[in-house]
Write a protein that binds this ligand. Structure first.
Ligand SMILES: NC(=O)C1=CN([C@@H]2O[C@H](COP(=O)(O)OP(=O)(O)OC[C@H]3O[C@@H](n4cnc5c(N)ncnc54)[C@H](OP(=O)(O)O)[C@@H]3O)[C@@H](O)[C@H]2O)C=CC1
Ligand SMILES: CCCCCCCCCCCCCCCC(=O)OCC(=O)COP(=O)(O)O
Length: 266
């Protein structure tokens, strides 16, 4: 009842949906214009859309690197630039970038994703400093795993969909809790928020304070994820095959279920 009476006093807008592709710069400009025409201004821009990736650098086509970068970095940058002048004119506005803990640490088989999120962190950190004088707030949010379709929608080395619900994703935080935490961060005008468990949060410090140890942990993680578990011999012709280890499967399932043993893939 109290909530209803508070809501009745708060001026709000009827929801309005504008659908566009973040990899299409023209569509972004058009969408921003449509949003401004409809509402006149934007109070809080939450750059949330994104795509993840699984694969080895050596096997990944440059088109895939570009696609991830276009979606996760250039898209939000373009949308922010399109809406920023109106925020500056109004001397009011809040820009949120949903990055990832992988914007602060880089883990193996996520090169394109981690790079796009590091770029996001850097861009919005610069933006925060530049627009402070216009009274505009910038919050970068770096979550750990969240229970969404991110792994299902992730792109692989050859551009196809990964299509697997990873255990890490399935066991991640609830999206509604993360949404509440993001809104709380906006309410408190927080500048940088990590929403992750202890190990990833500590890993950020480890990367800065003990980089050699961090790099060695990541190298060992890479070795483990590629480690084969079972071995089959097929004949004829006489060849030895490996079934890739479960953990590697979960990192890059597009990789062959059967891979040749000699020589083993790096
Ligand atoms: N889930 C996780 O573990 C974590 C997620 N994040 C970040 O959270 C954000 C949201 O991802 P999440 O909800 O988890 O993943 P989902 O795959 O469930 O959702 C991704 C969303 O992004 C939209 N999207 C993807 N590509 C484009 C595009 N080219 N143009 C417009 N919209 C697009 C999708 O729209 P559509 O459905 O129409 O394709 C969808 O709404 C991402 O930035 C991700 O990096 C950060 C840390 C952890
Ligand atoms: C002093 C003790 C420090 C202990 C640190 C040990 C090192 C632990 C490494 C932790 C790596 C965590 C990786 C977390 C990845 C993550 O949460 O990513 C979030 C996402 O964006 C999800 O993307 P994905 O597509 O990879 O599912």
């Amino acid at each position: 009842m109290r909530l209803a009476s508070v809501l009745a006093q708060v001026q709000t807008h009827k929801p309005y949906t504008v659908t566009f592709d973040l990899t299409d710069p023209g569509a972004i400009v058009g969408a921003a214009a449509e949003i401004l025409q409809c509402f006149g201004y934007v109070d809080v821009l939450i750059n949330n859309a994104g795509i993840s990736y699984r694969g080895t650098i050596v096997d990944t086509s440059l088109d895939v690197d570009r696609r991830v970068m276009e979606t996760n970095y250039f898209g939000p940058v373009a949308l922010t630039k399109a809406l920023l002048p109106s925020m500056i004119r109004r001397r009011q506005g809040h820009v949120v970038a949903i990055s990832s803990i992988q914007g602060k640490i880089s883990v193996p088989f996520r090169s394109a994703y981690a790079a796009s999120k590091h770029a996001t962190q850097a861009f919005f950190d610069c933006l925060r400093a530049e627009v402070e004088r216009h009274d505009i707030e910038v919050t970068v949010v770096s979550p750990g795993y969240i229970q969404t379709s991110l792994s299902l929608n992730a792109v692989t080395a050859d551009g196809s969909k990964y299509g697997v619900m990873d255990e890490t994703t399935a066991q991640g935080r609830s999206p509604s809790q993360v949404a509440r935490d993001v809104l709380a961060a906006v309410g408190k005008k927080k500048k940088d928020v990590v929403l992750a468990d202890v190990a990833p949060s500590l890993a950020v410090y480890l990367r800065t304070l003990a980089p050699r140890l961090f790099f060695s942990l990541m190298a060992s993680r890479a070795r483990k994820e590629r480690k084969p578990k079972r071995c089959y011999v097929l004949e004829p012709p006489i060849r030895t095959w490996l079934v890739s280890g479960d953990s590697f499967c979960s990192a890059a399932p597009r990789w062959p279920q059967l891979v040749r043993l000699q020589p083993p893939h790096p």
